[in-house]
Design a protein around this ligand. Structure first.
Ligand code: IDP
Ligand code: MG
Length: 139
């Protein structure tokens, strides 16, 4: 298995609650290398662009409002099989259904306010990392 990259986001609910450090600790403990990281406060347009794939979903507007309500921390993570491994560490989308010990189970508070994001496939990992980080930042 080759070393691959994925995009992780600590969402506004987890940042404002003061969980950033603990979540970064979980990431490192699980063997991911953080190869790029930045904190930023998304505009509505930026959040709409990031979640464009969900633009027809009934929860889209609420999701965009949530993702713009405060700062986020976005990171590129690297390890073997990083996309699936990061999704396993995050847990299921709905914290109520996530496994014990996962980040979403521990820090998520609702289906929407679920603390973290992770890319779901190789193509989206590529698109999403390029959305936040330019070529020079990801060497
Ligand atoms: P994922 O983050 O586990 O990949 P997606 O289905 O891609 O889940 O949804 C993106 C984000 O949209 C979720 O992480 C969650 O914050 C929000 N979301 C997904 N489904 C719902 C819903 O049914 N109601 C409200 N928010 C939702
Ligand atoms: Mg998704």
């Amino acid at each position: 298995m080759s070393i691959k990259r994925t995009l992780a986001i600590i969402k506004p609910d987890a940042v404002v609650a003061g969980h950033t450090g603990k979540i970064i600790g979980e990431i490192e403990k699980n063997g991911f290398k953080i190869v790029a990281m930045k904190m930023l406060h998304l505009t509505i347009r930026q959040a709409e662009g990031f979640y464009a794939v969900h633009s027809e979903k009934p929860f889209f507007k609420d999701l965009v409002n949530f993702m713009t309500e405060g700062p986020i921390v976005t990171m590129i993570l690297e390890r073997e099989n990083s996309i699936l491994q990061w999704r396993a560490v995050m847990g299921a989308t709905d914290p109520a259904k996530a496994e014990e010990g996962t980040i979403r189970k521990t820090y998520g508070t609702s289906l929407q306010r679920n603390a973290v994001h992770g890319s779901d496939a190789e193509d989206t990992a590529g698109t999403e990392t390029r959305y936040f980080f330019n070529a020079m930042e990801t060497l």
